[in-house]
Design a protein around this ligand. Structure first.
Ligand code: AMP
Length: 321
């Protein structure tokens, strides 16, 4: 059944001479890996097509490959493919009105319909996994560079195959890809996980200063002065948040980081029990059941978010012990 939609998407790609591939703001390895891999897949199969992978680059993941700028293109001849993005406000660098044919491929819970074809599989570990399925469903060539990008995206989004959406299918697809391409996947961990010592010291600060409520909610408020003191940026907390997954006293944890340049407070929220994305969406954010985020406008709003998450976790504990 799902194979049909992959075949349908392939047929549409075949028809268009120009293809723009976009993804969400705040590029991460799954978004970048799926985007850059899909670009290579299309270029390998159709060398005469113009294919652009667009959006703001990420300095941390620039080892994955370069992004393109779209200059003058004929939009009537262009297909837009948006990866890993459930809603319009999170699409990076695209005016949807320019396009009359749009395909969405995503593994986030559904938020809104903005494409002509919407391939959404919430149970997929990652968008890179969906791209792998697309490749195999259409018997497309997968070379080493494509496999490396997809492997990085899958490993990163599943946090090394630990998250709940990692499935037998994830392993089957990855194993098939590794057998076909024989990539040195061990060599990919170093560029993905290398971090500056400043960030490790900042991580130490977070561990020392986490507040934990009676309801097993851990949080920390990180003001810009602290980021300066530790010589890290406002995205650093996002690189550390997953490290708190296996702590007895914590069920839900939140990092609140001031980003003065953009006049907001970033919330990274994780859970190993209560479903948090509904609360994140009340604050204009969203994400997955156990991994969500939001951009807040003030510390007062951040306090309200903390209160809501604390109540949610309290209710969860009352029900589940
Ligand atoms: P992060 O904590 O930034 O790693 O985000 C965790 C998850 O929440 C990811 O799946 C993001 O797509 C989603 N997310 C993060 N920030 C937002 C936001 N402002 N709005 C909607 N979803 C978000």
């Amino acid at each position: 059944m799902r194979n049909n939609i992959y075949k349908k998407i392939y047929k549409i790609i075949k028809k268009y001479p120009i293809i723009v591939i976009a993804r969400h703001i705040g590029a991460d390895p799954d978004a970048l890996g799926s985007q850059l891999a899909l670009k290579k897949i299309i270029q390998n199969k159709f060398p005469n097509k113009e294919v652009y992978a667009i959006g703001n680059p990420s300095s941390r993941f620039k080892f994955m490959g370069a992004l393109d700028k779209v200059e003058e293109i004929d939009y009537n001849q262009t297909l837009l493919i948006v990866l890993d993005t459930p809603d319009i406000k999170r699409i990076d660098g695209v005016n949807l009105e320019n396009y009359n044919n749009i395909i969405k491929i995503d593994h986030h819970p559904f938020i809104e319909n903005y494409a002509n074809i919407e391939l959404i599989n919430e149970n997929s570990s990652s968008t890179c996994q969906l791209i792998l399925e697309f490749i195999f469903a259409n018997h497309l060539k997968i070379d080493k560079s494509i496999a490396e990008l997809l492997y990085i995206g899958i490993v990163s989004d599943t946090d090394r195959f630990m998250h709940g959406y990692t499935s037998v299918k994830t392993f089957e697809l990855v194993a098939k890809m590794l057998k076909k391409t024989n990539i040195n996947f061990i060599s990919l961990y170093e560029p993905l996980y290398m971090r500056p010592i400043a960030e490790i010291r900042f991580q130490g600060y977070i561990y020392e200063n986490l507040e934990i409520t009676d309801n097993k909610v851990a949080y920390i408020k990180i003001e810009e002065d602290l980021l300066k003191e530790y010589n890290v940026d406002s995205a650093s907390a996002g690189n550390i948040i997953s490290e708190l997954k296996c702590i007895n006293e914590i069920l839900v944890w939140i990092f609140l980081t001031e980003d003065k340049k953009n006049n907001l407070i970033r919330a990274n929220i994780r859970s190993r029990g209560p479903i948090i994305n509904d609360i994140a969406s009340i604050y204009g954010g969203g994400g997955h059941k156990y991994a969500s985020g939001a951009r807040l406008i003030s510390w007062a709003q951040a306090d309200n978010l903390l209160k809501d998450l604390d109540n949610l976790t309290k209710e969860y504990l009352e029900k589940n012990g």
